[in-house]
Every structure is written in structure tokens, then in C-alpha cells.
Design a protein around this ligand. Structure first.
Ligand SMILES: Nc1ncnc2c1ncn2[C@@H]1O[C@H](COP(=O)(O)OP(=O)(O)OP(=O)(O)O)[C@@H](O)[C@H]1O
Ligand SMILES: [Mg+2]
Length: 535
């Protein structure tokens, strides 16, 4: 096939959007449409028809292209020249041998895919950013700890973009205007050979003066060439690790910067505009965790204060009861001492009489000593005590010491029915006594307004457990209260009276030693059951 000056193409070939070139077996141009000429040799004039391809296109510059044409002619098969940036464009080139053509010519079709590639790249980048946002959002939803969210954000951003390492700065406690490194650090695995990296980057970030740049209204900022940055140059911090660019964005809570994420790269990099756009959103996500964490800290502080208050009020209540418990024996001792004095004054203090009175005084003061001892025990936190093997009777006695008198004075009748006096239980006695006292206090409150006021305690063996029931003269508990009464802070008592912790703590205490605490909804009166494992 030989070219003619007129070429082979009809006129309209010159207006199609793909470039088309026909060459013969000697690499002479048979025809080239307008588009091909624009793509490969913009501005070239004159007809290419009949010219040697090498005289139009530089073989040095388009070496791969010539090779691909020759290869396709040699093998008689289609060949794709690799897409390459020629003249700033990305071209998709397809070369087909012209079958049946004795001269062994080729048809080359070229498509400019620069725009397509760019938009694919943008879509790809957007997909990465969306993924990044998603993973940070998931972390922010699940995490209770802002540090772990920051850590995973650093990792995600470094993984998805050209930034090789990152650091988190937080306001210094002593001076919140100052930022300091928080210890949250990430570097790509390939940088793991630099153990001093974190330290160096902290120095670098300080040299860049993150504090000042994040002060006032915190905004994302970046420096794509550190050597050009006046602040960094002015700080005289040596950059021995070859970092060229920095990108930082703040985490803002109510407009105030609570942290700054700082990224570094050893190439001159500008953050992707998508990343800058989403940095606000990322900052907000992280701020949510910070906020959630600080409110849960406040709640748990409040809970602790309430728990302390409840313990205090329980102690206060107990103290009231104890005053009764101690007053009676004290009055008895007082009377006995008076009796002794009268006998002495009348000279009638014979040895047996004195001994008899002394014995009564001893017995009565022993009772006071027992109350005081029990008080010490009960006010203690028995949580770390070892499990012990004891009888239910001892626990009930220890508990009643504190409330029997108060109950009696208020006209509440108390009884203890021990159906298994020989049974032994394995538990922390003090804690079980605390639980029992809680239940008795609840019963006491519940039956105040009743005509008949009594509390019955009953111990019985049930399988591998001993059940200690506290039954009061109430008529059960409304279903909506039953449903919620074991929840912490649920109370139906007036403000300042109940904290609503009694039952939830008691249940936890019992479960902590292999037992339990349940309400019995089937009983005609109000019945709670403490379950303790038998020894
Ligand atoms: N014996 C009972 N009879 C009737 N209702 C009861 C009884 N025991 C508990 N409740 C109900 O369960 C609620 C929760 O009891 P819980 O012991 O947990 O807290 P509280 O007694 O209200 O406060 P706190 O014990 O912390 O001072 C009570 O407010 C009350 O409504
Ligand atoms: Mg209570």
C-alpha cells in the first residue's frame, strides 16, 4: 500500500474525536486524521500523507509508540502502546495490523483519556475519603475513649493519603493556650526503622508553632514547602528527617480547639481539597466522643457522690437507731451504779449483792461493746473480705443490733424464724448484713403508714442455697415499680430521702458472692429473698 497526497480518508474522518493513523509496512503515513495530528504534534502544518512517520514524530520521544507499531506488524496481532503522558496528556493507544494488506500496514487509534482518568481519580479519591469518614464515624460511635478515635483517625488518614505520619497535640493543662504532644502518634510501617521519629516530629511541630496557628479561631492549615515557611525558618529547628510538608486540622468543641491533628510528609504535598473539606466533619466526629466521654465522666462522678451521700444517709439513719440501742443499756448501767451507791451509803453493800449488780453492769456494758463493734464492722466496706463459712443466725443478730430498737420504738414488730439452724453459708458476712439492713430499711419505710406494721425474717434451705426472706406487712409492690426498682437511682421516695441505690447495690453485692437478690411477686405480702450459697 502506498500513500497518495490525497490520503485514504474521506473528509469526515477528520472530525471524529479519536485520532486515527494509517501507516504502511515501512512506517510511511498513509493518512492521519486531524485529531491524531492535534494529539501527537499540535501545531504541525502540511500534509503528513506519504511522509515517513519518523520524520514527523521524534523517535526518541515516541520510542514506545514506534516499538508497538513494529511489534503489531511483526506478530500480526493487536498491540496496545502503554498509556503514557505525552505532551501532558494521557493517551489510550490501540494498534491493529491491517489484515489482508500486503504491505503489512497498521491502523492506530488513539483516544485522549486525560479527563476520564482525572474524573476516575477524583471518584477514587472521594471513595477513599468517604471510607475514611465512615470508619471515623464508626469509631466515634463505638468508642468511649477519644484517644482511641484519634489514634484510628491518624491511621486512617495516613493510610488513605500521602501523609506518612501524624501526631496529636492537645492544650497543655497548665496553660491551655499552649499545645503539647499527647503521645498519640502514628507512622507508616516503612518508617518503623526510625525509633526517634516521634521525638523529632514533636520538635518539628513545635518549630512550626502549632499552638499559635491553632489559637484564636482554629482552622485547618498546611505548609507544602517547609523551607519556604517564615515561621519554621525563623524557629531555627533543624529538620534532619527531611520532612517537606505539614498539614494540620483542629478538633473543635463549641468553637474551641480541644486537639490538633498534625500530619507530615517527606514530599512536597498539599492536602487533597476533599480532605480539607472533610476535616471539619472529622473534627466534629471526634469532638462528639470527647463530649460524650466528659459527660459520662461527670455522670459517674455524680453517681459516686450520690453513692457516698447514700452511704452517709444510711449511716445517719443507723446512727439514729444506734442512739436508741445504746441509750437503753446506758440507762440501765446508770441505774445500777445508783443502786450501788445507795447500798454503800446505807452500809448494806454485802459482797453477794455487789457481785450481782456488778455482773449486771458487765453484761449490759458488753451489749454496748457489741453494738460498737458491730457498728465498726458494718460501716466498713467488706468488698475485699474473703468468703467465710457462717451461720445465718449470726448475720441476722448482727443486723438487728442496729435496728431492733428503732423498729420497736416505731411500733414495728420484728421476728426471725430460722428453719435451718444448722445450715452454714459461704459469703462475706458483713456484706450480707449490709444487704439485710437495706431490705429492712426499705420495709420500714414502706410500712410506715400501715395499721399493722411488722417485718418477718425467715431462713430456709432451698437446694444449694439458703434463702433469707425479708417479708413486711405491705401488700406487694406495683408492677411498674417492680420493673424498675433494681435499676440504679430508681426511687419513689421524695427528693433527698432515697437515692435509689439500695436495691441495685444489694443485688450486685449478692451476685458478687455467688448468691442473688430477688423480689417475690407471688407472695401475699411484700417479700424480698436474699439467696446465699450453702457451705
Ligand atoms: N419493701 C418494699 N416495699 C415497697 N416498695 C419497695 C420496697 N423496697 C423497695 N421498694 C421500692 O423500690 C424502690 C427502690 O428501692 P431502693 O432501695 O433501691 O432505693 P430507695 O430505698 O428508694 O433509696 P435508697 O435505698 O438508696 O435510700 C423504692 O423507692 C421503693 O419504691
Ligand atoms: Mg432503699
Amino acid at each position: 500500500m502506498t500513500g497518495t497526497q490525497a490520503g485514504r480518508f474521506p473528509g469526515w474522518y477528520h472530525f471524529i474525536t479519536d485520532g486515527i493513523l494509517l501507516v504502511d509496512g515501512d512506517l510511511r503515513v498513509v493518512d492521519a486524521n486531524q485529531r491524531f495530528r492535534e494529539l501527537f504534534s499540535p501545531g504541525s502544518t502540511g500534509s503528513w500523507v506519504g511522509a515517513e512517520l519518523a520524520s514527523i514524530l521524534d523517535r526518541g520521544q515516541f520510542g514506545d509508540f514506534f516499538e508497538a507499531i513494529l511489534a503489531s506488524q511483526r506478530t500480526g496481532t493487536r498491540s496496545d502502546a502503554l498509556g503514557k503522558w505525552h505532551l501532558g496528556r494521557l493517551l489510550d493507544v490501540e494498534i491493529n495490523p491491517i489484515s489482508g494488506d500486503a504491505s503489512g500496514g497498521s491502523c492506530v487509534i488513539v483516544r485522549d483519556i486525560t479527563e476520564k482518568y482525572r474524573s476516575e481519580e477524583t471518584i477514587h479519591k472521594s471513595a477513599i475519603i468517604v471510607q475514611l469518614l465512615q470508619s471515623v464515624a464508626i469509631a466515634a460511635n463505638e468508642a468511649t475513649n477519644w484517644k482511641s478515635v484519634l489514634q484510628s483517625t491518624l491511621r486512617n488518614i495516613c493510610g488513605a493519603s500521602g501523609w506518612q505520619c501524624g501526631l496529636v497535640f492537645v492544650p497543655a493543662k497548665a496553660n491551655p493556650g499552649e499545645m503539647k504532644a499527647s503521645g498519640i502518634f502514628y507512622s507508616r510501617p516503612e518508617l518503623a526503622t526510625r525509633p526517634d521519629l516521634e521525638h523529632e516530629l514533636i520538635r518539628l511541630a513545635l518549630g512550626i508553632d502549632i499552638s499559635a496557628r491553632m489559637a484564636g479561631s482554629p482552622q485547618a492549615f498546611w505548609i507544602s514547602d517547609l523551607e519556604d515557611d517564615p515561621v519554621f525558618k525563623g524557629s531555627r529547628v533543624e529538620n534532619g528527617i527531611g520532612v517537606k510538608s505539614v498539614f494540620a486540622f483542629p478538633v473543635r468543641l463549641k468553637g474551641k480547639g480541644v486537639a490538633a491533628l498534625v500530619f507530615f510528609s517527606t514530599s512536597r504535598l498539599e492536602p487533597d481539597h476533599l480532605l480539607i473539606e472533610v476535616s471539619d466533619n472529622l473534627g466534629d466526629q471526634i469532638a462528639r466522643v470527647v463530649e460524650r466521654e466528659s459527660s459520662s465522666r461527670i455522670i459517674s462522678e455524680q453517681q459516686m457522690q450520690l453513692a457516698a451521700a447514700s452511704k452517709l444517709s444510711a449511716l445517719g439513719e443507723m446512727a439514729g437507731g444506734i442512739a436508741h440501742e445504746i441509750n437503753n443499756p446506758l440507762a440501765a448501767i446508770h441505774a445500777l451504779a445508783g443502786q450501788l451507791r445507795e447500798l454503800a451509803e446505807e452500809n448494806e453493800a454485802s459482797a453477794p449483792i455487789v457481785a450481782g449488780i456488778a455482773e449486771k453492769i458487765e453484761r449490759t456494758s458488753m451489749r454496748i461493746a457489741k453494738i460498737v463493734k458491730g457498728l465498726r464492722v458494718l460501716a466498713r466496706d467488706g468488698q475485699n473480705d474473703p468468703l467465710e463459712v457462717i451461720a445465718v443466725q449470726g448475720i441476722v443478730d448482727d443486723t438487728l443490733v442496729f435496728c431492733a430498737e428503732r423498729l420497736r420504738v416505731s411500733g414495728v414488730e420484728v421476728s426471725f424464724d430460722d428453719t435451718c439452724p444448722n445450715a452454714r453459708i459461704r459469703c462475706r458476712g458483713i456484706q450480707v448484713a449490709q444487704v439485710l439492713l437495706n431490705l429492712i430499711n426499705n420495709s420500714f419505710d414502706a410500712i410506715q403508714a400501715r395499721e399493722k406494721r411488722w417485718i418477718r425474717i425467715k431462713a430456709e434451705e432451698v437446694g444449694a442455697f439458703v434463702e433469707i426472706s425479708v417479708i413486711d406487712s405491705g401488700k406487694g409492690i406495683p408492677f411498674d415499680v417492680q420493673e424498675r426498682m433494681f435499676l440504679p437511682f430508681f426511687t419513689t421516695k421524695e427528693v433527698g430521702k432515697g437515692t435509689g441505690l439500695g436495691l441495685s447495690l444489694s443485688k450486685a453485692i449478692m451476685e458478687g458472692q455467688g448468691g442473688g437478690l430477688v423480689f417475690d411477686p407471688t407472695h401475699e405480702h411484700t417479700r424480698f429473698v436474699i439467696r446465699v450459697p450453702r457451705a
